[in-house]
Design a protein around this ligand. Structure first.
Ligand code: NAD
Ligand code: WQD
Length: 333
């Protein structure tokens, strides 16, 4: 089966391409490289000893996608902008890229009569949790423009399915993806100062940054710092293969991809120090605007519908992040 992967040159996209190729799928990556490089695609080919068809293009270009989609049977849709803070400053860019881009992709899929899609959503659609662990039927509420774009795209997909029950749609709500492929050839490569915890910790450990700012230690959590459900990106990638396989049957399902376990900022910092053998200095700083105390998944639905569960431990998440950071710190600095 030939699978069309938008945003396939990015962090989660490259790891998913590895799993797709290992499972024998043909892969077409469509990416405008606004947050990635073609090098990453070459690394995926090195890891798997298989070829990817790469097309440089924007998802807002319906005509170009229409042409690129020819012969594909399913789509995995990763392409999008993902920085929460930036989305607050540049909301129009986020709605244009993420929402308009998705509409354009769905229009091209309609022309090509492709009705199978796996979509990258996010646990951010739950807003500030009213209860934990988060089940898929928890009320939805975005707290920033990035989250709004995910909610709108989810809604569009549900409406598509309601209008035509032959669609097969898997909406995957990721919790906090971290780690890297154990080859050290692909991983997360944030531009500038990292927004997310794990890349920041890695850069402190490798000596690129002086210390981690821990955003608040007065939350209602066991040690006062924020608690999240960190999931290894390779586990996440494998979840996409299971979701793709589940699309044999028409459906529209939103499914959490997390481990079900919450770890605090200080626990993550400690685990990273042990994995890397480096001290990770930190200072307690004020809370970051918009942050919540705790967030972790109920993973029952993923187990039941996809027969998927995460396998990798926090230790492996830290070791693989560190391995990637060590192998790439020169080119990243
Ligand atoms: P990423 O930035 O590494 O990958 C996204 C890819 O999409 C990049 O290669 C980028 O060049 C491409 N892209 C962006 N806009 C495009 C456009 N208009 N046309 C074509 N290509 C375009 O991000 P990622 O971490 O791999 O995230 C993948 C998806 O998962 C995103 O939709 C993101 O919102 C979602 N997600 C990510 C996280 C996370 O923490 N990483 C969590 C939840 C959801
Ligand atoms: C984790 C914890 C911070 C950095 C974000 C998006 C979400 C999703 C995943 C896309 C929190 C603390 C962080 C630092 C810190 N992305 N922290 N110092 O905020 O859970 O989720 O990425 O969909 O939408 O909002 O992840 O890694 O930024 O933060 O103390 O320098 O680490 O306060 O408790 P978050 P994160």
């Amino acid at each position: 089966m030939k699978v069309f992967v938008t945003g396939g040159a990015g962090y989660i996209g490259t790891h998913t391409c590895v799993e797709l190729l290992n499972e024998g799928y043909e892969v077409v990556v469509y990416d405008n490289l606004c947050n990635s490089s073609v090098e990453a695609i070459k690394q995926v080919e090195t890891i798997t000893s298989k070829k990817i068809t790469f097309i440089e293009g924007d998802i807002r270009d319906t005509q170009a996608i229409n042409k690129a989609l020819e012969g594909c049977e399913a789509v995995i849709h990763f392409a999008g902008l993902k920085a929460v803070g930036e989305s607050v400053e540049r909301p129009l860019d986020y709605y244009d890229n993420n929402v308009q881009g998705s509409l354009s992709l769905f229009a091209a899929m309609k022309i090509q009569d492709i009705k199978k899609i796996v979509f990258s959503s996010s646990a951010t659609v739950y807003g500030d949790p009213k209860f934990l662990p988060l089940t898929e039927d928890h009320p939805l509420k975005a707290t920033n423009p990035y989250g709004e774009t995910k909610l709108v795209i989810e809604m569009i997909l549900r409406d598509l399915y309601n209008a035509d029950k032959t669609y097969s749609i898997s909406i995957l709500r990721y919790f906090n993806p971290v780690g890297a492929h154990d080859s050290g050839l692909i991983g997360e490569n944030p531009q500038g100062t990292p927004n997310n915890l794990m890349p920041y910790i890695s850069q402190v450990a490798v000596g690129q940054r002086e210390h981690l700012n821990v955003f608040g230690n007065d939350y209602d959590t066991p040690d006062g710092t924020g608690v999240r459900d960190y999931i290894h990106v390779v586990d996440l990638a494998k979840g996409h293969i299971k979701a793709l396989k589940s699309l044999e049957k028409a459906q529209c399902e939103a499914i959490n991809l997390g481990t079900g376990n919450g770890y605090s900022v200080l626990e993550m910092t400690k685990a990273f120090s042990v994995a890397s053998g480096k001290e990770v200095s930190y200072k307690i700083s004020p809370r970051r605007n918009g942050d919540i105390a705790s967030c972790y998944a109920d993973t029952t639905k993923a187990k039941e519908l996809l027969n998927w569960r995460s396998e990798k431990t926090i230790k492996e998440m830290c070791e693989d992040s560190w391995n990637w950071q060590m192998k790439n710190s020169k080119s990243l600095s």
